[in-house]
Ligand binder design. Structure first.
Ligand SMILES: Nc1nc2c(ncn2[C@@H]2O[C@H](COP(=O)(O)OP(=O)(O)O)[C@@H](O)[C@H]2O)c(=O)[nH]1
Ligand SMILES: [Mg+2]
Length: 255
C-alpha cells in the first residue's frame, strides 16, 4: 500500500529459474500483490518462484509459451482483479532496480500520469552501462515510437512501467501485441485512449542475464508493431474528422 493505493507487480518470466527468486526477494514491502506469469518455461521457474514462500506471490503458468506481451495480458488481468490500483511490471531476470520502483509509481500515485515508464537512456551512465547495440537500437526504435504515437517519450523499449487501473481499463488489453513489441503497442493504445504518459529516469542494469531480443525484433517485429500503431492513429483521425464534419458538408451538393 502506498498513499492509500494498492500496488501490484507483474513479473513476466520465461526460463528464469536462475534469477526469479532473487528478483522476487527484492520487491519492496509496500507492494501488496506480486503476479508471476511463467510463460510455459521449460525450467523450474514456477517452483523457484513458489519456493520464495512470499504470501504476496501468485504464480500463474501458461501451458505453452505465448510471448511476453501475452504474459502481461494475463498478469494485468490477475493484478487488477486482485484489487490493485496501480500495476507495475518488473522483469523476472533482475534487470529492474527495485530502488527505482517508488519513483516510477510516484507520478501515477500523484495523479499526474496514468502510465509511467522507465527511461534508461536519460540516466547519466546510460552510454557506459548499456551494450552499444542496445543503446543505438533503442534510440532508433524510440524515434520510431515518437513518430507512430506522437508522444515525446524516450526509451520506448523499457519494460519497467506503472499503469493505473483507469488507464488499464481504457485500453483493449486482449488485443495487446503478444511478443516483444508490446511496450510500443501499449503506448499506441494509451495515446488513443487519451492517457497521460510520463517518463521516469531509471537505472540501466545489465549483468549476466540472457536476452530473448534479437536483430529480427529490432528490424522487423517492432517496426511492424509501430506501423500498426500509426495506422490505428490515422484510422481514428479519419473517423473523428468524418464525425465532426459540419452537417452542411455532408449534404448532397445540389440540395
Ligand atoms: N512470460 C514471458 N516472459 C518472457 C518471454 N520472453 C521473455 N520474457 C520475460 O520478459 C522479461 C524481459 O525479457 P528479456 O529477454 O530479458 O528482454 P530484455 O531484457 O529487454 O533483453 C524477462 O523477465 C523474461 O523472462 C516470454 O516469451 N514470455
Ligand atoms: Mg532481460
Amino acid at each position: 500500500m502506498l498513499h492509500n493505493a494498492q500496488i501490484a507487480v507483474v513479473v513476466p518470466a520465461y526460463n528464469e529459474g536462475r534469477l526469479i527468486a532473487r528478483t522476487l526477494r527484492s520487491i519492496p514491502a509496500y507492494v501488496d500483490h506480486v503476479v508471476v506469469v511463467d510463460d510455459g518455461s521449460r525450467d523450474d521457474t514456477s517452483a523457484c518462484a513458489r519456493g520464495v514462500g512470499d504470501p504476496r506471490v501468485l504464480v500463474v503458468r501458461h501451458a505453452r509459451n505465448a510471448g511476453v506481451g501475452a504474459a502481461l495480458r494475463t498478469g494485468y488481468a490477475r493484478a487488477f482483479s486482485a484489487g490493485a490500483d496501480v500495476v507495475a511490471v518488473m522483469a523476472g531476470d533482475g534487470q529492474m532496480d527495485p530502488c527505482d520502483l517508488h519513483g516510477l509509481l510516484a507520478p501515477v500515485l500523484r495523479g499526474e500520469a496514468d502510465y509511467a515508464k522507465g527511461d534508461r537512456l536519460s540516466h547519466p551512465h546510460a552510454f557506459a552501462r548499456m551494450p552499444l547495440s542496445r543503446f543505438i537500437g533503442n534510440q532508433v526504435l524510440s524515434l520510431g515510437t515518437r513518430w507512430a504515437t506522437g508522444l515525446s517519450i524516450r526509451d520506448s523499449q523499457c519494460g519497467y512501467t506503472a499503469l493505473h487501473r483507469r488507464a488499464g481499463e481504457s485500453v483493449p488489453m486482449h488485443a495487446l501485441w503478444h511478443g516483444y513489441g508490446y511496450p510500443n503497442d501499449l503506448l499506441g493504445w494509451l495515446v488513443q485512449s487519451g492517457a497521460r504518459v510520463a517518463d521516469v529516469v531509471v537505472k540501466p542494469v545489465y549483468a549476466d542475464e540472457d536476452s530473448g531480443i534479437g536483430l529480427r525484433h529490432a528490424l522487423f517485429v517492432v517496426p511492424f508493431v509501430l506501423a500498426r500503431v500509426a495506422l490505428r492513429r490515422v484510422q481514428a483521425w479519419l473517423w473523428s474528422s468524418h464525425a465532426h464534419r459540419p452537417a452542411h458538408d455532408q449534404l448532397p451538393k445540389n440540395a
